[in-house]
Write a new protein. Structure first.
Lengths: 666, 222
């Protein structure tokens, strides 16, 4: 624990801290461009210069200098001021003065820091350098003349996204940042380089010229594109959500978000259901709320089935359960029917942050890169930082890191190959991750549990048994009882007279041919095509909701905008419908609903990790067969919001299906 | 690099060099280079291998060789490294040609010492023989480039042609060298001054004269 003095303030800093971190601990702001807490240190922008004694009598880059005992650091001396002004002047030599037409304007590090630390005027009268734009794919727009070569994007793609496609070519003044031969970045996390770029060189292509940051209303929310529960901030103007940005949460998403999280928001304004519809003579006809409710009443017999979609919040599911009864609830639309008697046995027990500490990881039928990109980066971290070994059962796929593939035969789970068994026996913190792709097969859940007890994956202070869901509503749904014995097929076999579908677009509607189908959702997708009555609901941006992510973390998001047209928040729809059906629900506000919900499921009342305890159900564990494929075929088109999003359609066409787009000449 | 030759079309390069592989002899050399590094650090051999590949391309095309994209990719996969990392190396160093060059790659130093000693004359000699900066002559013989300091300041001005340096040049000697080369003769390598061998003081020592014949301790004379 070295003691240092920063501007006369003496403080103790953790061993291994840099001078920059020491200065921050002392409450001093150090300007920087290339340094980023979550990336490796490059030390090439020189903006963080400070004066350090003992040491050479010149300014030193604080980001790359270890803090040592007895250092006297000055961050406000004339030398430092002059050094910063000099660096800033050099950085601005080749930076264009196009802030008025730059999308970074208003949230630009270079802009802010040149105001705070710059000279105010340039002495450079020669021509500025110009760099051709680089194609980086459908998400990232480039204006490389603005690049100050901090290489944050290069380090991010290598260290976090795990792809080495971005680099710096050329040298000196001719150095340019580009993707390999200007191919599109093949990453689910490419949008993060936009946030990382301290200048306007990399900006968001779908968001280009949409808004200035100070015009936007910022609402904290939770992402529903996958089950990670990425903490996001929705930036809206008027009635439209213009962009989604990650919020920092070290336990969940650090400060990253997948491209789907960021850029599916333009789907929120397309293909929306904005008024109720009733099917008359096989055709959906617009109707009023009262008419729609009357038709439902005609088919009401006291209870109903409820099929919850993948993106539904807990409040909606609770309101639907309160109205329709708890006997016919299901959230696993695609037909999964695993045992849910113990929630801990279907939870990601290691936790998202905790999986970084694992030393041996076995993936079973899980295409993590598509199912939960931000869990994938954690595993990459486990490999990179702690030398973890990763084995996988399933068809070979590119997960961005080195995996020892054990073939797609599930028998490897019953009898581990020697390499795996040896690694597990020697491991201190072994973990298994069972993906939704494997849970389709009979016995896998039981076999995985048996595997876990055989190799003691659950031990003191460590729970290495994980199931990886990829629906944002899954864990919340399971806590609210949205799991029918035998899955959706068994539920359909009960032939319910009335069935509510809560934005359920992946379900097989042919199973419910005999039921009267009411679709409560926000997009005119698969569910709406099959519905007898459509009640327009709210998307995740349009309601305050509680979500439980794959590790059982209860999180709440807030409403950013209002639903379009006649659409209403889902819980209010059920409340209004309950009046018509003569079964008035006992809540008139979201707060009242939440009180009811917390009474029914207390764990939902506490934000943070829900404690499921650890109990192993006894399940049949005989497995045979092979894992044929992974459930997510197209990362960019997994739900109704994505499918309505032009950006996601373009990403899918270009990055998954290889369609070539010609850039229009400007 | 404003005057650098434009990199040829990627598709053409792939069509021509898509099947590139080290010759048996070069493969042996490549493995020798790779073997110099400890296991897991094979990527360190990338510079040597890129050079080797460039020379092989040169042999195949009867030029000084260059690095088409598929060749860079071949080297990258040979070492198990991402294409981008090998590409970065190839673009960083000026010794790797990213565009085809001629039989003789003439690199004229134009940095201050050479400029003061008359590199403009050398350039003029090249120009008068029809060489154009950044381009190859129509007969495919010469490619001319101006480069920065090559570390021969004591015998400036100098040019590097292929793997050889020619030093202490003037307009006439440069013209003669180019003539010899196009005639298929090998000109004298190194300094062109009569009586000079390397970079020893030309015309006798002007400083430290007491040390010419035997060692002399100057310290008492400070």
């Amino acid at each position: 624990m070295p003691k240092v003095t920063v501007d006369g303030l003496e403080l103790e800093v953790p061993a291994g801290a840099t001078v920059l971190q020491a200065c921050e601990m002392a409450g001093k702001e150090i300007p920087r461009f290339c340094y980023h807490e979550r990336l490796s240190i490059a030390g090439n922008c020189r903006m963080c210069l400070v004066e350090v004694a003992p040491g050479p009598p010149k300014p030193q880059a604080s980001c790359a200098l270890p803090a040592t005992e007895g250092q006297i650091i000055k961050t406000d001396s004339p030398m430092v001021k002059k050094a910063r002004e000099g660096v800033m002047e050099f950085l601005l030599i080749n930076h264009p003065l196009d802030c008025p037409i730059c999308d970074q304007g208003g949230e630009c590090d270079l802009q802010d820091q040149s105001v705070a630390y710059g000279r105010g005027a340039s002495r450079f009268e020669e021509n500025k350098r110009a760099v051709t734009e680089k194609y980086m794919g459908p998400i990232v727009k480039t204006a490389m003349t603005r690049c100050i070569q901090c290489t944050r994007c290069v380090r991010f793609t290598e260290e976090v996204a795990g792809i080495e496609e971005v680099g710096a070519i050329g040298r000196g003044e001719n150095m340019q940042i580009t993707t390999y031969l200007e191919h599109a970045m093949q990453s689910e996390l490419s949008g993060n380089v936009v946030d990382l770029c301290p200048v306007g060189a990399l900006t968001s292509k779908p968001y280009a010229f949409e808004a200035r940051p100070w015009e936007l209303k910022k609402t904290p929310s939770i992402d529903v594109m996958d089950a990670v529960g990425t903490n996001i901030r929705l930036d809206s103007r008027g009635r439209a959500v213009l962009r989604a940005l990650p919020r920092i949460n070290d336990d969940v998403n650090e400060e990253w978000a997948s491209d789907k999280t960021r850029h599916a928001v333009d789907g929120l304004t397309h293909r929306r259901l904005d008024k109720p519809y009733i099917r008359k003579d096989g055709k959906l006809v617009a109707a009023s709320w009262a008419e729609a409710f009357e038709v439902i009443k005609a088919n009401w017999s006291g209870d109903a089935a409820v099929i919850a979609g993948d993106q539904v919040d807990c409040e909606t599911m609770f309101a639907a359960r309160a109205l329709a009864g708890a006997s016919m609830l299901e959230g696993r639309q695609t037909g999964l029917a695993y045992d849910t008697s113990s929630l801990s046995a279907v939870n990601f027990n290691t936790t998202i942050a905790g999986v970084e500490n694992a030393d041996v990881i076995l993936l079973v039928g899980s295409d993590l890169r598509r199912e939960a990109p931000l869990v994938n980066t954690r595993i990459q971290n486990a490999i990179r930082k702690r030398g973890a070994k990763v084995f996988a059962i399933g068809p070979v796929t590119d997960l961005t890191y080195k995996v020892e593939w054990l073939g797609d035969d599930l028998s490897a789970l019953a009898k581990a190959p020697k390499a795996l068994a040896d690694a597990l026996n020697a491991a201190e913190r072994p973990a298994i991750i069972v993906g939704g792709g494997a849970l389709r097969y009979e016995g896998v859940h039981g076999a995985a549990l048996a595997f876990a007890s055989k190799y003691k994956l659950v031990r003191d202070g460590w729970n290495g048994f994980n199931v990886l869901h990829f629906a944002a509503a899954r864990m919340g749904g399971l806590m609210l009882g949205y799991a029918h014995d035998g899955g959706i097929k068994a539920l359909a076999a009960k032939s319910p007279k009335l069935a509510f579908f809560l934005a359920a677009d992946e379900a097989d509607y042919s199973l419910f041919a005999g039921s009267f189908k009411v679709y409560v959702g926000h997009h005119g997708d698969n569910g709406a095509h099959h519905a007898d009555v459509i009640l327009p609901g709210a998307a995740y941006s349009e309601k305050s909701g509680t979500y439980v992510n794959l590790e059982g973390r209860v999180q709440r998001g807030e409403r950013a905008v209002f639903p379009p047209g006649d659409a209403r928040e889902d819980w209010a729809i059920f409340r209004a419908l309950s009046d018509v059906l003569g079964k008035r629900l006992p809540f008139d506000s979201l707060e009242a609903l939440r009180v009811e919900m917390f009474n029914a499921v207390p764990a939902l009342g506490v934000e943070g990790l829900a404690d499921y305890g650890w109990s192993e159900p006894t399940l049949p564990s005989a497995v045979n067969g092979k894992i044929a494929d992974y459930p997510i075929k197209d990362f960019y088109l997994t739900n109704a919001i994505c499918r309505a999003s032009e950006t996601m359609q373009r990403c899918s066409a270009e990055l998954v299906h290889g369609t070539q787009y010609l850039e229009a000449a400007e | 690099m404003a005057d650098a030759a434009h990199t040829p079309n990627e598709a053409d390069a792939r069509a021509q060099f898509g099947a590139f592989a080290f010759s048996a002899e070069n493969k042996k050399t490549a493995d020798m280079y790779v073997g110099r590094y400890p296991a897991g650090r094979q990527q360190s051999a990338v510079m040597a291998l890129l050079d080797l590949a460039q020379r092989q391309v040169g042999e195949e095309t009867h030029t000084q060789g260059w690095l088409p994209v598929p060749v860079i990719e071949y080297v990258a996969s040979y070492l198990g490294m991402p294409y981008m990392r090998a590409y970065e190396v190839a673009t960083f160093y000026t010794m790797y040609n990213l565009a085809p060059v001629g039989r003789f790659h003439v690199q004229v130093c134009g940095t201050t010492p050479c400029m003061l000693r008359g590199s403009d004359d050398i350039m003029a000699a090249c120009k008068n023989r029809g060489l154009v900066k950044g381009a190859t002559t129509p007969d495919g013989m010469f490619t001319l480039n101006e480069v920065e300091c090559m570390g021969n300041c004591a015998s400036a001005p100098m040019v590097q042609i292929n793997d050889d340096n020619y030093e202490d040049l003037d307009y006439d000697s440069m013209t003669a060298i180019l003539q010899d080369l196009s005639d298929g003769k090998q000109p004298k390598v190194g300094t062109q001054l009569p009586g000079r061998h390397t970079v020893e003081p030309y015309g006798g020592a002007t400083t430290l004269q007491a040390m010419v014949d035997k060692n002399h301790d100057y310290r008492g004379e400070y």
